[in-house]
Design a protein around this ligand. Structure first.
Ligand code: GLY
Length: 557
């Protein structure tokens, strides 16, 4: 997979939308933070390929956007090797600790104990991100892991000014972060939510990144760092062991591929539900004569396909290393036909009319995504997470590593919703070593003319966002248009359409009510989509970062 890197003449443009003017050798990076995009560009300039740049951006975004992802968390890296033409998904999802068990978040009466799977060390799965970046760098990179981690280490040591995004999300998780003295000392300004402009320095995290840079996997999962992590977790009531860390392994998965009309969609495989849910939705849509529908009917049908695809998620999906998921049946033509035929064009199907699974409270401004295409055509689409904003809010003292609260993505109790309002069943029940079901959907889209690398954070809404991004790309939209377009969402339960301001006209809202839909205006936007698009004929690269966020897209030629 290694690709030779010619010397790059660098031309940087920083803006929301960028278009390179030269045909060959262009490259693009789009991420949620200007410093992370800069780290990716720096590595490409140094002769790194897209995989090196992905390692650099992963580590840098861990430092500069600690609310969304980090080396205390995990993610999925969808990678395309231009030389072999092969796609793989590097699964660096967290695993349940060995002492985890099915009912660990239930009280004696069998009820879910509020927040136990969300706040503090008991909420943390065993991180996969350090293992994933060590693996990607050593197997697919041109540069050393130390070179790829250098920008992140620099940002952690020198510090950087936090922005409004940091402030807003910290306001939301302030009390939880305050409860962890080590986290509070790093991420708060004398116990208070920092103002934009406050300098965040993370020297302990820099030390851990250095250990990873020098020793690779062992620098995090064995030895001093591992011992400090486990000690801190256990002291605070958590259940991690040294064996949990030493036994962690990345998994290399075959991505989900689906053909939607003349567009090939390649997306995340289980333990992410993203690729499957998107495929189930697209397979239904492919059976509809969309050209014959007006705008309203179009939106109605899209909602109905989401409803059915998200129901399949709740009913069947979990870690396929542990449970049998009927993938072939879910992706089969008969299933698509049955689902599509159950859609009425004139009225909404109440979710209660579909076979039951259950309920409410979706959020989702956490997680992060970046997209990269290098000058050889290698691509990386990566969605990374520590789950809720600032994860569990817990830092084991002396490590600077903010731990995830990804355990909440398991189904603590079948039918009871998690923080995203998502329900699941036995397929996603907790078991030692198991990976919790995800919605993260790093994706490639390909038509005759163009290739897109695309994805977004946003909890349960990730899949519906990428689905709408894919449909916009298929319709020929530009990178800027794809990431900007107002979004709608339906996830089976709660049975309601969520929508961003401007997603529907006033008339459409009335018409959707008349069809029997329940509508829930969010009153605000969601997601933070980043895409890089290659024009096959010209070699031009177009990149865009979501105007909803603080990200940056850069193109070099
Ligand atoms: N933690 C968000 C997800 O994996 O879907």
């Amino acid at each position: 997979m290694k690709a030779a890197q010619p010397v790059l003449r660098i031309l940087l443009f920083f803006s929301c939308l960028l278009l390179s003017s030269h045909a060959a050798g262009a490259a693009g990076v789009a991420s949620a933070h200007p410093l992370a995009t800069k780290a990716g560009i720096e590595i490409l300039e140094k002769g790194g390929n897209a995989f090196d740049a992905a390692v650099a951006v992963t580590a840098a975004i861990a430092v500069v956007e600690p609310s969304g992802s980090g080396i205390g968390g995990g993610g999925f890296w969808l990678m395309h090797d231009a030389f072999t033409g092969k796609n793989i998904m590097v699964d660096g999802r967290e695993t349940a600790p060995g002492k985890a068990h099915r009912d660990m978040y239930l009280d004696e009466a069998g009820e879910v104990i509020p927040n136990l799977s969300v706040d503090g060390p008991l909420a943390a799965g065993i991180p996969g991100e350090p293992a994933a970046i060590a693996w990607i760098s050593s197997v697919h990179g041109n540069l050393s892991l130390a070179e790829n981690l250098a920008p992140a280490i620099r940002y952690a040591e020198e510090g950087f000014a936090v922005g409004e995004h940091y402030q807003r999300l910290m306001q939301f998780r302030h009390e939880v972060v305050k409860a962890s003295p080590a986290a509070a000392a790093i991420f708060l300004d004398d116990g208070n939510v920092p103002e934009p402009g406050w300098i965040l320095r993370q020297p302990d995290l820099a030390k851990v990144l250095r250990a990873l840079a020098i020793e690779g996997f062992d620098g995090f999962y064995r030895g001093e760092v591992a011992e400090t992590l486990v000690h801190g977790v256990q002291e605070a009531g958590g259940i991690w062991t040294l064996e949990d860390l030493a036994d962690y392994r990345v998994r290399i998965r075959e991505p989900i591929e689906v053909q939607y009309r003349d567009m090939k969609v390649t997306s995340a495989a289980l333990p992410s539900s993203g690729g499957l849910v998107m495929a189930i939705a697209l397979n239904q849509l492919a059976k509809v004569e969309l050209d014959t529908l007006d705008e309203l009917a179009h939106k109605h049908v899209l909602v109905e396909t989401m409803r059915r695809a998200y129901r399949d998620r709740a009913a069947y999906m979990g870690d396929s290393d542990f449970v049998d998921v009927p993938i072939a049946r879910l992706l089969g033509d008969e299933h698509a036909t049955n689902l599509q035929q159950s859609i009425s064009i004139s009225k909404a199907t109440p979710s209660s009319d579909l076979e039951p699974v259950h309920q409410d409270n979706p959020k989702g401004s956490d997680t992060t995504h970046f997209s990269i295409i290098d000058n050889e055509g290698n691509r990386v689409s990566a969605t990374l997470s520590i789950n809720y904003p600032f994860g569990s809010g817990f830092v084991p003292p002396g490590t600077g590593v903010l731990l995830n609260d990804e355990m909440d993505d398991f189904s603590s109790k079948p039918g009871v919703p998690n923080v995203y309002g998502l329900v699941g069943n036995e397929a996603n029940a907790i078991a030692p070593g198991k990976r919790m079901l995800s919605s993260m959907s790093p994706t490639f889209l390909e038509t005759e003319d163009r290739i897109a690398v695309i994805g977004t954070p946003g909890g349960s809404r990730i899949i519906s966002m990428v689905l709408q991004g894919a449909l916009a790309f298929h319709a020929g939209a530009s990178a800027e248009k794809i990431v900007s377009k107002p979004r709608i969402h339906h996830q089976y339960l709660p049975d309601r359409i969520q929508y961003e301001p401007d997603a529907f006209t006033a008339k459409e809202i009335v018409q959707l009510y008349v069809k029997g839909h329940q509508l829930h205006p969010r009153g605000r936007t969601w997601g933070n989509m980043h895409t890089v698009i290659l024009n096959k004929a010209s070699g031009e690269i177009e990149a865009a970062s979501d105007p909803r966020g603080e990200g940056q897209a850069s193109v070099i030629e």
